[in-house]
Design a protein around this ligand. Structure first.
Ligand code: BDP
Length: 715
């Protein structure tokens, strides 16, 4: 009897605390744990009415019911007619009551996807109104409202207007058809191609819910290193099954197009974009795709980059290639996202400069439904990069941002690195393209040049791990990407705060401490990986851990030595006029700041300058001393984070507490590894001792050089 009672108590009281596996992400809808607030919410919400008949409205209604039921711990009814419940949601045009409660001009600012949330008086009662111009806006409004409750905000007098500034807010999955994920660290692909279309995993719906909750409205299902097979009828049927689920959450499906598909899948002799048979093949293929997926978004293309086929194989330009595909999807309303991530093996020029040199001359030559997708920095998703010089340099072409959410260069899924500050650093950068204030955010939201199309993409960190992203904190980066895509002006700490409250707890101590170390985490990671503007010094191919000594990669610009250029006379890449002159690709105002050694901020120093080891920074430290102290500070910061986390045990469930605790121990080891390996290696050139306070490595440089990782994930 006693035993049964204990078991029962365990399941009722403790199991929910232990069983947090992260699957519910930030949509946990746990009952409000603040009793007086719970009573206030309960009094304010009894019944809801979500008007409309579409599938998207049905999703909104379901989410509101599920969410409220969980948060309020009571069932909420649906009221039969508008105005009888105390939450009223729907599209303004189709609901007469909404039209009387919300003036028409209040709806203008909400555009196609935005919404208003207002507390209004109706028949002597307070009613919360969620209104939008279109169904998707209602869904986004519902998620916003639920977020208010989840983060325990007051709801007695709501007056919110929200609309996205960027139109295409997309995830890019680098998922292969065999379910491996290029640069994925959270298991295998969530797309179970083999069992599609017959079996549709409930996970697809939860994926769509999570995305819609942060405003993501599109997903590219397949790897940029593309496989033409995805365009076959067999696979299009599978794609259609996914599209059917995602459509209910306002999410469009896109695919990557392998440029050589006409040859590989169509049996043609060429994929030359100016060849009429090739053009006809793509037109037919597009028509076929739209038969399966009537609202198909379009193609994402990696061409003539890292060995992928492209128009240059036929001596055509990127514009020729992009336009040919754009013409194929244009009649159906589709777009082409053409990537600017190109650099050539044959050209000895600084890799930094190559995408700009290739694409800038093409400005104005792309069709109206082409967007050029540019990575945030000129090299490749490094822990810190200056913004890509193409932003602001192609005024006649809409440019889309490509961020990397998966932590290929930021510690995979074992390092806690909150990426919102990295994203913001780039979005807030001033290109000076049209004078001061021409930020990257304004380039990509289309406002700087008044482009009718705008977009932002994030390379997803999602896999089939139970918690989706591997590290419990990695989901914060998916969340932050979506929130910033909706509103690039949101502060990073506000996003962290929201995410922590929804994911873990609203406890003030927990929220504050966690937010503090999240906010510091990116800068600290830069410290223990690539301080002072070092970049691309990770292990070759798998990109796991430090390997600044690597000098034998297949191509020179995959070698770390190409980037740090360390020898006995100094360190750094001279990109001033005396060097590769990459700085000339920025506007003169910016160039001046970076060009002058004294004015160049320390965190970009080795990006743009080559300096002797004894060069003194404004702090008075030599470059060698600063390098050593930065690496050490990065390690110390991880240890501080561990201490803080250990003190937070009482506030959250044991399962996630322990998982994070263990991963932080891994992160500490890896930070030490980075510091030791890099400092020992650079010391062979500086020939100077470590300054006081920098720990002596416990292994030799030879040891670090001997490490091999043939099975590192994500290759
Ligand atoms: C690099 C990745 C590689 C991708 C490439 C890309 O290492 O796996 O294919 O970016 O963006 O950073 O195309």
């Amino acid at each position: 009897m006693k035993k049964t009672l204990c078991t029962l108590l365990f399941f009722v009281l403790l199991y929910p605390l232990l069983a947090e596996d992260g699957y519910r992400l930030w949509l946990r809808y746990e009952k409000i744990d603040n009793n007086s607030l719970l009573q206030t919410y309960r009094a304010a919400i009894n019944s809801i009415q979500v008007t409309g008949n579409s599938a998207v409205i049905a999703s909104a209604r379901q989410e509101l019911l599920t969410g409220l039921q969980g948060l309020l711990g009571k069932s909420v009814t649906q009221s039969p007619s508008p105005g009888t419940g105390n939450i009223l949601a729907g599209t303004w045009q189709q609901n007469a009551l909404l039209r009387t409660l919300i003036p028409a001009d209040h709806m203008k600012a909400t555009g196609k996807e935005g919404f208003v949330i207002r507390t209004v008086r109706y028949q002597q009662k307070r009613v919360i109104v969620i209104a939008a111009n279109e169904d998707a806006g209602v869904l986004y409004g519902v998620f916003n409202f639920l977020r208010l409750l989840q983060t325990q905000q007051p709801i007695s007098n709501l007056s919110i207007t929200s609309a996205p500034t960027i139109q295409l807010r997309l995830l890019n999955h680098w998922d292969n058809l065999d379910r491996t994920v290029e640069r994925g660290y959270a298991g295998f692909s969530i797309w179970d191609w083999h069992r599609l279309p017959g079996y549709t995993d409930p996970r697809y719906t939860d994926y769509a819910r999570a995305n819609a909750s942060i405003g993501i409205n599109g997903t590219v299902l397949t790897n940029v290193n593309a496989n033409a097979r995805i365009l076959s009828p067999e696979y299009l049927e599978k794609v259609a099954a996914l599209a059917h689920i995602f459509r209910r959450y306002g999410i469009k499906v896109y695919l990557t197009a392998r440029f050589s598909a006409p040859v590989e899948a169509g049996g043609l002799k060429t994929a030359d974009p100016l060849d009429p048979t090739v053009q006809a093949w793509w037109k037919e293929k597009a028509t076929e795709i739209y038969r399966y997926v009537p609202d198909f978004g379009g193609f994402l293309v990696k061409a003539n980059s890292e060995g992928q086929p492209g128009p240059q194989n036929y001596h055509r330009t990127h514009a020729d290639g992009a336009n040919m595909l754009a013409d194929a999807v244009a009649p159906h309303g589709g777009i082409v996202m053409w990537r600017a991530f190109v650099y050539s093996n044959e050209k000895p020029d600084d890799r930094f400069k190559q995408a700009y040199n290739e694409f800038k001359p093409l400005d104005g030559q792309f069709r109206k439904n082409v967007v050029v997708q540019v990575k945030n920095g000129p090299i490749d998703f490094q822990p810190r990069e200056p913004f890509h010089p193409l932003f602001g340099a192609m005024p006649a072409t809409p440019l889309m941002m490509e961020f990397q959410i998966t932590q290929e260069y930021l510690g995979f899924a074992t390092n806690l690195v909150y990426l919102a500050p990295l994203f913001k650093e780039c979005l807030d950068s001033d290109t000076y393209a049209k004078g001061k204030g021409s930020t990257v955010a304004k380039v990509i939201d289309g406002s700087l040049e008044d482009h009718p199309i705008s977009g932002i993409a994030g390379v997803a960190n999602i896999g089939n791990d139970i918690n989706w992203c591997g590290h419990p904190f990695a989901a914060a980066n998916w969340y932050a990407f979506g929130r910033l895509a909706w509103n690039p002006q949101l502060p990073s700490d506000e996003i962290a705060n929201e995410w922590i409250r929804q994911t873990f707890s609203n406890n003030a101590t927990f929220v504050q401490s966690t937010s503090r170390f999240m906010m510091a985490s990116r800068e600290n990671t830069v410290r223990y990986m690539t301080p002072l503007g070092l970049h691309h010094i990770m292990g070759n191919s798998h990109h796991y851990g430090p390997a600044p000594w690597t000098n034998k990669a297949q191509r020179a610009d995959w070698d770390p030595i190409y980037y740090h250029r360390a020898d006995s006379t100094g360190i750094g890449f001279d990109r001033t006029a005396a060097g590769s002159n990459a700085l000339a690709q920025y506007s003169p105002d910016l160039r001046r700041q970076y060009e002058n050694l004294k004015d160049c901020p320390d965190n970009y120093l080795l990006w743009f300058h080559r300096v002797p080891w004894t060069y003194r920074l404004s702090s008075g430290k030599t470059v060698w001393e600063a390098l050593c102290t930065e690496y050490q500070a990065g390690v110390s910061a991880v240890r501080d984070m561990q201490k803080t986390w250990n003190g937070l045990k009482p506030y959250i469930d044991a399962a996630r507490f322990e998982e994070v605790q263990q991963l932080m121990a891994v992160q500490e080891k890896e930070a030490v590894w980075w510091r030791n390996a890099c400092l020992l290696y650079f010391q062979t050139y500086s020939r100077m001792p470590f300054p006081a306070g920098v720990e002596q490595p416990d292994q030799t440089l030879e040891y670090y050089k001997s490490l091999r990782f043939p099975y590192a994930p994500g290759i």
